[in-house]
Design a protein around this ligand. Structure first.
Ligand code: UDP
Length: 471
C-alpha cells in the first residue's frame, strides 16, 4: 500500500495556480507528506505561469506535472467568458489527468481540486482514492454564496442586479447588487450556469478547505459548519486553513524598485497594483494618475496598458503602457512616485517598511498578502468576486476604504482617489487611524492562526487526520 499522499489539481491562470502551489508547499512543509500537483496551464503557457511552476518545483516541496490545456473552442460559444472556458477546460482535462495519475509511481490517496475543478472530482472515485476535497482559495463568505446559489436560483426571480433588497444568505452577510460576482450579473450567460453547477458540486466532495481563518470570519464559518444555518446546503466539513499566502515571490527583484523604496520614509508609499490581469480604461488611468499626484503622497504604481488605448502598434512596451498617463506626469512626479510596467515582486514590496497602503483590485491573494503584512487597503474592485471582497474588507473587517462607485461601470474621479489615498497613508482622520489599527490587529491574528495549536494549524491537522495523511 502506498504511503498516503495528496494530489492537488490547479486550474489554468496564474491567479489559480499560485494559491494551489502555495497550498502544496504548506501541506508538504507542515504535514511532511508527499504532494503531487497537476497544473493545468493556459494553452499559451504564459511566461509567469511557467516561472511560478519552475520556482515551486525548485523548492522541491511538491512534484509538479504540467498539463497543457486542451482546446475547448468547439465546446463553448464564440463569446464564452474566461470563467466558462476554465470550467469547461477542467472537465475536458479528465482523460489527461487520468493518464497522469496512472503514470505516477506512487498513487495519490487524496485529491484536492480548486474551485473550477469540481468537474474532475469523479476521477478520485474512479482511480480508488479515499477522499476528494475542494480548495477554495477565497474566503468563507464567497464559499457560502457559492453553495447557496442553487437556492437563490430557485427563489429569486429575474436578474440579481435588479433586486431591491439584498439577498439573505443564512447566517452570513446579505449580498446586494454592489456585491454581485461577475458570474451572477447575467443569469442567461453560460458562466452563471457553470458557477451554479460548481455550487452544487462542492457539497458532493468530502470536505472543503478555505483560505481564511477563524478569527477573521468566525460567524460565516459557523454558519457553514454542522448545525450552522447553512449546514443544510453545505453538508460536508469546512476547514479554515488560511492565510495560505506566498512568503516570497517567484520573480527577480529589480534593484531599481528596492533602491527607491529604501529611500522613502517609513509607511509613506501607496503601492498601486491591480493584480495579474487588471487593466483600466484610458480615462480611468488618467484620473488615477491625477489623483495620485493630487494626493501629494509617494506611490509605487504597477501600470498596465490601458484597455482603450489605441496605440499605433500593438504590444506592451514601456512607451505604450505609459502613453496612457497625462502629459508630463512622469516628470512632475519623479522622485515622489515610481511607475513600473513589468511584473512586480508584490510580496516583497508589501513587506517593505516604506509601504503605507495598498490600492488593490482586491483579488483574494493580494488581500491576504496585504493583511498578513498589516498594510491597509484602498479597495478598487474590478472583476470576479472582488466586489464582495471590497465589502468584506470595509464593512466587516474594517481594514479598507473603498471607492464610492462601482469602478467597473463608472470613472472614479481624481479628487476621490486623492481622498482615499490620503485617508489610508496619512491617517489624517479618525477613520484612517482606526483602519490602520485594525490592519495591525489582523496581521497579528493571521500569524496566531498558524502558530502551533492556532486555529488554522489545528484545522489542517484535523483534516489531515480525517483523510489519513497523518495519523
Ligand atoms: N502579482 C505579482 N506581481 C504583479 C501582479 C500580481 O506578484 O505585478 C501577484 C500577486 O502578488 C498575487 C497574484 O499575482 O499573488 C494575483 O492574485 P490575486 O488573487 O490578487 O488577483 P488576480 O490576479 O487573480 O485577479
Amino acid at each position: 500500500m502506498d504511503k498516503p499522499h495528496a494530489l492537488l489539481v490547479a486550474s489554468p491562470g496564474l491567479g489559480h495556480l499560485i494559491p494551489v502551489l502555495e497550498l502544496g508547499n504548506r501541506l508538504s512543509s507542515v504535514l511532511n507528506v508527499h504532494i503531487n500537483v497537476l497544473a493545468v496551464t493556459s494553452g499559451s503557457s504564459s511566461q509567469t505561469e511557467t516561472e511560478a511552476i519552475r520556482a515551486a518545483a525548485a523548492s522541491g516541496a511538491c512534484k509538479i506535472t504540467e498539463l497543457p490545456s486542451v482546446d475547448v473552442n468547439h465546446l463553448v460559444e464564440p463569446d464564452a467568458t474566461v470563467a466558462t472556458k476554465i470550467f469547461v477546460t477542467m472537465r475536458a482535462m479528465k482523460p489527461a489527468a487520468r493518464e497522469a495519475v496512472k503514470s505516477m509511481s506512487r498513487k495519490p490517496t487524496v485529491m484536492i481540486v480548486d474551485f473550477f475543478g469540481t468537474g474532475l472530482m469523479s476521477l478520485a472515485d474512479e482511480v480508488g482514492m479515499t477522499g476528494k476535497y475542494v480548495y477554495v482559495p477565497s474566503h468563507a463568505w464567497f464559499l457560502a454564496v457559492m453553495v447557496y446559489l442553487p437556492v437563490l436560483d430557485k427563489v429569486v426571480e429575474g436578474e440579481y442586479v435588479d433586486i431591491k433588497e439584498p439577498m439573505k444568505i443564512p447566517g452570513c452577510k446579505p449580498v446586494g447588487p454592489k456585491e454581485l460576482m461577475e458570474t451572477m450579473l447575467d443569469r442567461s450567460d453560460r458562466q452563471y450556469r457553470e458557477c451554479l453547477q460548481g455550487g452544487e458540486e462542492i457539497p458532493t466532495s468530502d470536505g472543503v478547505l478555505v483560505n481564511t481563518w477563524e478569527e477573521l470570519q468566525g460567524n460565516t464559518l459557523a454558519a457553514l459548519r454542522q448545525d450552522g444555518k447553512l449546514s443544510r446546503v453545505m453538508k460536508v466539513p469546512v476547514y479554515a486553513i488560511g492565510p495560505i499566502v506566498r512568503t516570497n515571490g517567484s520573480v527577480k527583484k529589480p534593484d531599481s524598485i528596492f533602491q527607491w523604496l529604501d529611500q522613502q520614509p517609513e509607511r509613506s508609499v501607496v503601492y498601486v497594483c491591480l493584480g495579474s490581469g487588471g487593466t483600466l480604461s484610458l480615462e480611468q488611468t488618467m484620473e488615477l494618475a491625477c489623483g495620485l499626484e493630487l494626493s501629494g503622497q509617494r506611490f509605487l504604481w504597477v501600470l498596465r496598458r490601458p484597455t482603450s488605448y489605441l496605440g499605433a502598434s500593438s504590444g506592451d512596451d514601456d512607451d505604450q503602457v505609459c502613453a496612457g498617463l497625462p502629459d508630463g506626469f512622469l516628470d512632475r512626479t519623479s522622485g515622489v512616485g515610481l511607475v513600473v510596467t513589468q511584473w512586480a515582486p508584490q510580496v516583497e514590496i508589501l513587506s517593505h517598511g516604506s509601504i503605507g497602503g495598498f490600492l488593490s483590485h482586491c483579488g483574494w491573494s493580494s488581500v491576504l498578502e496585504s493583511l498578513t503584512k498589516g498594510v491597509p487597503i484602498v479597495a478598487w474592485p474590478l472583476y470576479a468576486e472582488q466586489w464582495m471582497n471590497a465589502t468584506l474588507l470595509t464593512e466587516e473587517i474594517g481594514v479598507a476604504v473603498r471607492t464610492s462607485e462601482l469602478p467597473a461601470k463608472e470613472v472614479i474621479g481624481q479628487e476621490e482617489v486623492a481622498v482615499l489615498v490620503r485617508k489610508i497613508v496619512v491617517e489624517e482622520d479618525e477613520e484612517g487611524r482606526k483602519i490602520r489599527a485594525k490592519a495591525e490587529e489582523v496581521k497579528v491574528s493571521s500569524e496566531r492562526a498558524w502558530t502551533q495549536g492556532g486555529s488554522s494549524h489545528s484545522s489542517l491537522f484535523e483534516w489531515a487526520k480525517r483523510c489519513h495523511l497523518v495519523s
